[in-house]
Unconditional design. Structure first.
Length: 171
């Protein structure tokens, strides 16, 4: 085998950057369809950061993470915990975050909790660098980074001590 052949074989079919609901769902579908996905990120990080006592705004039927067989739905997880997941019954955000963690364990292979520091075009795909400096290659990259990287409080409000986005760490 040539050096070029070895390099292309070492590239992942898909790297998913982000381990929230969308990233986990993309990885589950890719794995079920025979791809070699690798997922990076802290599972459900922004959901775990929500203040306690909050409830999902969406109905349970609209809050499933997606796997091709439909085996790992929110209703199945809630039932296994003795919780009703039905229309009009608010579900706690922490239950949804725990559901995402469970979904990841069931349906997502190769979940790596490190963050991706950079993604750059490379021959036949992309070169990625993890937060600790490991470099890897992927033929395809799915960015499912959620809202945390884009958190911003407008200028005049950002310096006021009482103004804080719920996902910001305490000052």
């Amino acid at each position: 085998m040539t050096a070029e052949g070895a390099r292309s074989r070492s590239a992942h079919d898909l790297v998913v950057v982000g381990a929230g609901p969308y990233g986990l769902s993309v990885a589950a579908h890719a794995a079920a369809h025979g791809l070699d996905p690798r997922t990076f990120g802290r599972p459900m990080a922004s959901w775990h950061a929500m203040p306690s006592g909050m409830f999902l705004k969406s109905e349970p039927w609209a809050s499933h993470l997606s796997d091709p067989a439909g085996a790992y739905g929110l209703d199945a997880y809630a039932a296994s915990r003795g919780v009703r997941a039905e229309h009009g019954v608010p579900l706690p955000v922490d239950l949804f975050a725990a559901y995402g963690d469970w979904f990841a364990r069931q349906a997502v292979p190769a979940l790596d909790e490190r963050l991706i520091a950079s993604v750059a075009p490379a021959a036949r795909g992309f070169a990625l660098r993890t937060e600790d400096g490991e470099t890897l290659r992927a033929r395809t990259v799915a960015l499912a980074v959620g809202v945390l990287p884009f958190l911003e409080i407008p200028g005049p409000c950002g310096t006021a001590p009482a103004v804080r986005h719920p996902l910001q760490p305490p000052r």
